[in-house]
Every structure is written in structure tokens, then in C-alpha cells.
Design a protein around this ligand. Structure first.
Ligand code: 2BA
Length: 109
């Protein structure tokens, strides 16, 4: 059993959710916030068998696009507001940031 954690842009989230359902792959969607941009994104938790991992990764890749964003980041977490001067930066965000983790035990009661 594997747990795939995928952080995707909100714009790609409905397409990925739809494609996962279409393929019969179960997932949990969570609203999340990027630590750098402080912009909303979506985190998918997908528990699946090891043999389906490549299929899920393909689905994520084909559902998510990389986009350039020009943003003025808010103060970094934990910094002093007075010493922080915001300036616009251009960053390439996504397609998706994906972690594949071994699941030690899986139960459904
Ligand atoms: P954010 O942390 O808001 O980052 C958005 C984008 O800003 C990143 O895109 C990257 O291009 C840039 N960026 C992030 N940290 C930076 C830094 N210290 N200096 C310069 N540029 C920086 P992605 O790499 O595609 O990441 C998209 C989102 O995926 C991230 O949103 C974060 O929510 C998540 N993420 C990325 N790497 C992660 C990691 N190692 N662990 C946990 N979450 C991660």
C-alpha cells in the first residue's frame, strides 16, 4: 500500500478529482496553502496499491499544468513584519508536487 500526496494548483483540482473518479481511484481533497506564496492550493491524499502508482502519477501529470505567476509574497512564516519589504517575483508553479510514501498499515472500520 502506498500513499500519494499531491499538492496541485486550485485551477487543476477539479480536473484531477474528476479524472481520479473516472478511473475509480479513491482520494481525499484538502484545502491547503503554499508556504512561499501563501496562495491557496489543493492537497490530494490518494491511498492505493503499489501496482497502481504509475497510473496515478500519469493521471496527476496529465491533469495538472505548470503556470507562471507574478506575485508579491506576504511576509515569510515567522519573520518580523517591520523588516520585510515585499517585492513582485515571478515564479513557475506546479504542475504538481508529489510525494509517494509507504503505508505501514491500512484499516477501514
Ligand atoms: P508555495 O510554497 O506557495 O510555492 C509556490 C512556488 O513558489 C513554487 O512552486 C516555487 O516555484 C516557488 N518557491 C517556493 N519556495 C520558494 C523559495 N524558497 N524560493 C524561491 N521560490 C520558491 P512549486 O515548487 O511548484 O510548489 C507548489 C506548491 O507545492 C508550494 O506552494 C507548496 O504548497 C507545495 N510544495 C512544493 N514543494 C514542497 C515540499 N518540498 N514540501 C511540501 N510542499 C511543497
Amino acid at each position: 500500500m502506498k500513499m500519494i500526496i499531491a499538492v496541485v494548483q486550485d485551477k487543476d483540482s477539479p480536473r484531477l478529482a474528476q479524472n481520479l473518479v473516472k478511473e475509480g481511484i479513491r482520494a481525499t481533497k484538502m484545502a491547503s496553502t503554499g508556504g512561499f506564496l501563501h496562495a491557496g492550493n489543493t492537497t490530494f491524499m490518494i491511498g492505493t496499491t503499489e501496482d497502481k502508482v504509475p497510473q496515478v502519477l500519469d493521471l496527476i501529470q496529465s491533469s495538472c499544468r505548470s503556470r507562471e505567476q507574478v506575485v508579491t509574497p506576504m511576509s515569510p512564516m515567522g519573520s518580523q513584519l517591520e523588516s520585510y519589504v515585499p517585492y513582485p517575483v515571478s515564479v513557475q508553479v506546479g504542475g504538481a508536487t508529489v510525494f509517494v510514501i509507504d503505508v505501514e498499515q491500512f484499516e477501514q472500520f
